[in-house]
Design a binder for this molecule. Structure first.
Ligand code: G3H
Ligand code: 13P
Ligand code: ZN
Length: 309
């Protein structure tokens, strides 16, 4: 077992019309839950680390926990930096042993995004590391959004092709209506599939990435709320939209919020029902099991990646 890049994974996913799940990790239980699901489902998977995760757990702990999970399960995986803000952070993660980094310069104007991304690509590729970039602004489509507003926020397909050509980046996150967190849409959930189809038709063999792809299952929201949570009105991307995206060139689908909901709901249940419990293992164990079940469900019923490892 070893850390691998996503190159082969994405190639197979594009050919097989499925997507690989990229799951955010912050501690041992989350890493174990995800890898156990991948082992059970025989599914490829990506473990990704955000700036917040690095601050919370320290990179060295996360790298070693991921190595331990690979040794324990005998699986290969990708260790990916999620939303690297600048060249320095990407360089640090390449030097720390990550096999994939994301440079998220999407808030910069196009030319500066190209420049920053190209700089990361040159450094990473020289060291055998692959790079994801982002173009466009992640935001839910509100019911009354008009075409020019969508054009201002979402990824322009021609610009996406130009961006990939100019930077040599290995995958690209695009904006078609998804957004991060548990409150994604003001009105009915809607993704700009025409835009995705255009990007895919311009670059049929190129892996597209979808961020903000949690579905915020209502039963998990209700489960959290039943045991003392207060997350009213949360909503995500319907699972059938993700299944459709996975057949249209989306090779990587990012999921964090749904794992948080599953873990927290199950921890809440133990603490609510057993107020005498104060051994962390008593609530972290069902928390870890909930992560495993949620990830297995994603692989099997949403991403279509079960049996592809
Ligand atoms: O992209 C956002 C991910 O859900 C990571 O979230 O920055 O709170 O770790 P975080
Ligand atoms: P969610 O908040 O929808 O889970 O998205 C996670 C993500 O995009 C991480 O980069
Ligand atoms: Zn993201």
């Amino acid at each position: 077992m070893a850390l691998i890049t996503s190159t082969e994974m994405f190639k197979k996913a594009l050919e097989g019309h499925y997507a690989v799940g990229a799951f955010n990790v912050n501690n041992m239980e989350i890493i174990q839950g995800i890898t156990e699901a991948a082992q059970q489902e025989h599914s490829p998977f990506i473990l990704q680390v955000s700036a917040g995760a690095r601050k919370y757990a320290k990179t060295v702990y996360l790298v070693k926990l991921v190595e331990a999970a690979m040794e324990d399960t005998g699986l290969d995986t990708v260790l990916h930096l999620d939303h690297g803000e600048d060249f320095e952070i990407c360089k640090q993660c390449v030097d720390d042993g990550f096999s994939s980094v994301m440079i998220d310069a999407s808030k910069l104007p196009f030319d500066e995004n190209v420049r920053e991304t190209k700089r990361v690509v040159e450094y990473a590729h020289d060291r055998g590391v692959v790079v994801e970039a982002e173009l466009g602004k992640l935001a839910g489509i509100e019911d009354n959004v008009n075409v020019s507003e969508a054009d201002a926020l979402f990824t322009d397909p021609d610009q996406a092709a130009e961006f990939v050509e100019k930077t040599g980046v290995d995958s690209l996150a695009i904006a078609i209506g998804t957004s991060h967190g548990a409150y994604k849409f003001k009105g009915e959930p809607r993704l700009d599939f025409d835009r995705l189809a255009k990007v895919h038709s311009l670059m049929p063999d190129f892996p597209i990435v979808l961020h903000g792809a949690s579905s915020v299952p209502q039963e998990f929201v209700e489960f959290c709320n039943k045991y003392g949570g207060e997350i009213p009105g949360a909503r995500g991307v319907p699972e059938d939209m993700l299944r459709k995206a996975a057949t249209m060139g989306v090779a990587k689908i990012n999921i964090d919020t749904d794992l948080r909901l599953a873990m927290t709901g199950n921890i809440r249940k133990v603490l609510f029902e057993q107020p005498d419990v104060f051994d962390p293992r008593t609530y972290l164990k069902p928390g870890r099991e909930a992560i495993k079940n949620m990830v297995a469900h994603k692989m099997r019923d949403v991403l279509g990646s079960s049996g592809k490892y």
